[in-house]
Design a protein around this ligand. Structure first.
Ligand code: SAH
Length: 556
């Protein structure tokens, strides 16, 4: 992937000064520091896992530690050379720059750049690079090699001193000491067309724009490219009408062709607009530009709104898919406490923290941002569908009349809800049928709550109570307990989970008879057992609570 800014990874404070020097010269790069040891822009806990994650994301890596450590850490991932990002080891004190991997992805170029920043000679070992001062197998952004394996043979010929002629525009080769000869058999050809012969190192400029109507298929695009002779990897962008943003086929098409998808917006240049208009008549239209095209200049991304659950608090209890959404986010919205819990955010990510009561306003803001093409994440604690933002977001969407909101790629990503996190610590108190009830009467009448409590008790369900109490509602838990005590025996097990999964959090065990509302606050989840819920001592002195999977009506 082109254009990803490097991650500068450090393990301790000794490397920070060098890391910051490199960062100053690498726009958009961030310093990743080991949590508890050194403060970077991004903090990580496990060096190996973090490095491998970044590598898999194809992120260029500048790692300030021994080359051997980097090699051993990435060894298990190294079998696919073409998917390799640049990986460089840099001495902590800045005295050595060693490109290790990713020669085809710009490692040597990056090594030279770092060498200049640190005023040292980079340890470049690639023969083509040494001879030509550039890697012929790694053309600059906007160009792609037609075939790496064929190109390697051609470069070997050139290294052996074969004369060569250059056809097409290749400004980056101007300074390269090749044995140029207009009559040479060998040639370097820069062209969007597929055709080439045995003596050609073929490089495609990404200069073809493919405009599509909503019903275009990958087969039709491939066929049209083949009939015109344009190489598939000369395609820079797939462009469609903004009205078609939500058409699933277009996203699939973009994936199948491995080309970025953009939609017409106010900044789309005229030549691209005309191509999109032509595509409305005939399904697909092509435009060959006179120089490489950058998808970012041609239209808008489809915005995305991910409504995510962070889980109860601990990072290990957050789903990887949520972690990924947060990593990809440009904007993070939510109640201030949860935005903080989602962090630390990178300096390039915007936090929009708001008050707890402003859910609908927050949801509208999220749609506005996403409709402008941004990657937006809305955070809830626990699960977003459990007394949290997912329902607010859908409520706003259902009532919206702006078609751009409906076109946003909306996804709801689940999390471990407080009831599950608390129940797991206690054993399995929700091991049979149960219900989740919010005791807050902010948005529903208290009478409904009392009625549901009675009915849930009559159905002999185990229950988990969210929002059990708050400063504005100090007496309601007592009222709820009165209802429950009239239906269930005093020895019914009760578990209080407070700040579960967060520092200082944990469980308290009690019973319906002994429970007092001053044992509970707004950060507590209350679990009440059914008639079958049992408790027994653990070996460590605590106790297990569970509701068996079987049911004996006699016990009721
Ligand atoms: N979406 C959240 C619930 C939001 S309602 C979830 O799925 O967990 C807020 C209530 O959830 C709080 O009043 C409390 O009852 C409960 N809660 C949320 N996080 C908690 C935690 N870490 N420990 C205990 N209870 C929690």
């Amino acid at each position: 992937m082109e254009g990803l800014s490097p991650a500068i990874v450090i393990l301790g404070p000794g490397a920070l000064a060098t890391a910051r020097r490199l960062q100053d010269g690498l726009p958009g790069s961030l310093v990743h520091g080991l949590a508890g040891r050194v403060e970077g822009d991004v903090s990580y806990n496990a060096f190996g896992d973090h490095l491998r994650d970044l590598y898999r994301q194809q992120r260029p890596l500048v790692v300030l530690c021994a080359a051997g450590i980097v090699i051993r850490t990435l060894a298990s991932l190294l079998d696919d050379k073409t998917a390799e990002p640049p990986v460089l080891a840099v001495a902590e004190d800045g005295s050595a720059v060693v490109p290790l991997l990713g020669g085809l992805a710009g490692a040597n170029r990056l090594a030279r750049q770092l060498g200049t920043l640190l005023d040292v000679a980079p340890a470049i070992t690639t023969s083509g690079e040494l001879r030509f001062g550039t890697c012929l197998l790694d053309p600059p952004a906007g160009y792609a090699l037609a075939d790496v394996d064929v190109a390697k043979h051609r470069v070997a010929d050139l290294l052996a001193g074969a004369p060569v002629r250059i056809e097409g525009e290749a400004p980056w080769l101007d300074e390269v000491p090749l044995a140029r000869d207009p009559e040479a058999r060998q040639r370097i050809l820069v062209s969007p067309m597929t055709s080439a012969d045995d003596h050609t190192l073929l490089i495609h400029p990404r200069a073809v724009l493919v405009a599509v109507r909503a019903d275009a298929t990958a087969a039709a695009v491939t066929e049209l490219l083949a009939s015109t002779g344009y190489a598939p990897c000369a395609v820079a962008v797939l462009l469609a009408r903004a009205e078609d943003m939500a058409v699933p086929g277009l996203a699939e098409l973009s994936q199948a062709l491995d080309v970025p998808l953009r939609f017409v917006d106010a900044n789309t240049p005229d030549f691209a607009l005309t191509t999109v208009e032509r595509a409305q008549e005939r399904g697909i239209a092509l435009h060959l530009h006179d120089r490489p095209l950058d998808a970012e200049d041609l239209g808008q991304h489809r915005g995305r709104l991910s409504v995510v659950g962070l889980g109860p608090g601990a990072a290990e209890l957050m789903a990887p898919v949520v972690r990924r959404a947060l990593d990809e986010a440009q904007d993070v919205l939510g109640y201030a406490t949860y935005v903080q819990m989602a962090g630390p955010l990178r300096p390039d990510q915007l936090a929009h923290a708001s008050d707890n009561r402003e859910e609908l306003q927050r949801a509208r803001h999220a749609f506005e941002l996403a409709a402008s093409g941004r990657q937006v994440v809305m955070v809830s604690s626990g699960d977003p569908g459990v007394f949290a933002m997912a329902a607010a977001v859908l409520e706003v969407l259902e009532g919206a009349d702006d078609p751009r909101w409906a076109a946003v790629e909306l996804e709801i990503l689940p999390g471990i809800t407080a009831a599950m996190a608390s129940a797991a610590l206690a054993g399995a108190p929700l091991g049979h049928d149960f219900c989740l009830i919010s005791l807050s009467d902010n948005l529903k009448p208290w009478a409904v709550i009392e009625q549901r409590l009675r009915q849930a008790a009559a159905a002999d369900l185990a229950m988990a109570f969210y929002n059990p109490i708050s400063k504005a509602r100090p007496h309601q838990l007592e009222r709820a307990l009165d209802v429950l005590r009239s239906c269930r025996p005093a020895n019914t097990p009760v578990i209080l989970g407070r700040d579960v999964g967060r520092p200082g959090g944990g469980l308290e065990y009690t019973s319906l008879g002994a429970l007092r509302s001053d044992m509970v606050d707004s950060r507590t989840l209350v679990i009440l057992g059914s008639s079958h819920t049992r408790r027994f001592p653990r070996a460590d002195g605590g106790e297990w609570v569970y509701t068996p999977r079987w049911y004996d009506p006699e016990l009721l």
